[in-house]
Design a binder for this molecule. Sequence first.
Ligand SMILES: Cc1ncc(C[n+]2csc(CCOP(=O)(O)OP(=O)(O)O)c2C)c(N)n1
Ligand SMILES: [Mg+2]
Length: 347
Amino acid sequence: MSDIRQLVAPDGTSDVDPADLGLKDEDLKELLRLLILVRKADLEATALQRQGELAVYPPLIGQEAAQVGSAFALQRGDFVFPSYRELGAAVVRGVDLVDYLRFHRATWHGGTYDAAELRFGHISVPVGSQALHAVGYAMGRRMDGANECVLVYFGDGATSEGDLHEAWNFAAVFKAPVVFFCQNNQWAISVPLAQQTVAPIWKKAEAYGFPGVRVDGNDVLAVFLATKEAAERARADGAPTLIEALTYRLGPHSTADDASRYQPPDEVEEWKQHDPLERYRRFLAVRGLVDDAFVEQCESEATAEMRRIRDGVVGSGPRPVEEMFDWVFAELPEHLRRQREEMLGEP
Ligand SMILES: Cc1ncc(C[n+]2csc(CCOP(=O)(O)OP(=O)(O)O)c2C)c(N)n1
Ligand SMILES: [Mg+2]
């Protein structure tokens, strides 16, 4: 796999100078803190579903570095369009997970966080649809003269949807400042990558006329650098980039799926050896940047945060029914205003 970008070897060794990536010691430690927090949050959400507190949840275990590294490379003003598996990126953007998980508790569509303020769009389930939203939004912001980029997350399976190909072409022709971030976790529910595409995903960018790169998705620093470079290109001259982050889905597609019916157990075992957290922890430890006490402190802070999230989720009831009419139209159209009044029993 010579065409894959990697900065830290699986055993944690590396000859990279983090200063060349624009990262200070504090940033390097923050990345580990976020990885630990995301791992715990993902396991907590999975447990909440198993205990009947959430309707369904799509785990991201194994993909933490792909999400944390890419989201960490963005600036505050950049906008993220997620799919349904980006709880990790949501954490980096500062989304409160009690708000986020209302989607999975089935009490609100897409989550109750403020997408405009956090610059993190609502959860999108129709596979690939968010790529077109991202390109349209990015084109609009460029016309407004904003110096921002847009990052859209999608999976390997989504690259078989027409939406992605339309989005890629539009972005190239109209110079939409978009980072297309594909988390290639090698499965689309039960469909393996080999049945999804013959050509490598990253190579498809060339045909549309913009750069494509393949990065080791379990190497948080390599993901960070590839995303930072792509975001800079986008902001500078509206050049899109396709990043294929090669990673692996260690969990089931969702808590409604029994992956043991199709995922080879030896493949899963093999990928467990490529744990992104362990690789990065070793990298920092070798450089003397973190010790066991730091890791323990991150873990106990994350555990306390999980208690808050659990209490918030378990204690959250149905949303006020009139919210059904909020947040889509700046001014409610007449027919919806009538329906709202009828529902609330207002004259
Ligand atoms: C348009 C559409 N078709 C089918 C589905 C059912 N579906 C949900 S997730 C999924 C697989 C997507 O795989 P991938 O893009 O690799 O993302 P991953 O789930 O691996 O993160 C499918 C087929 C859907 N949600 N939307
Ligand atoms: Mg996939």
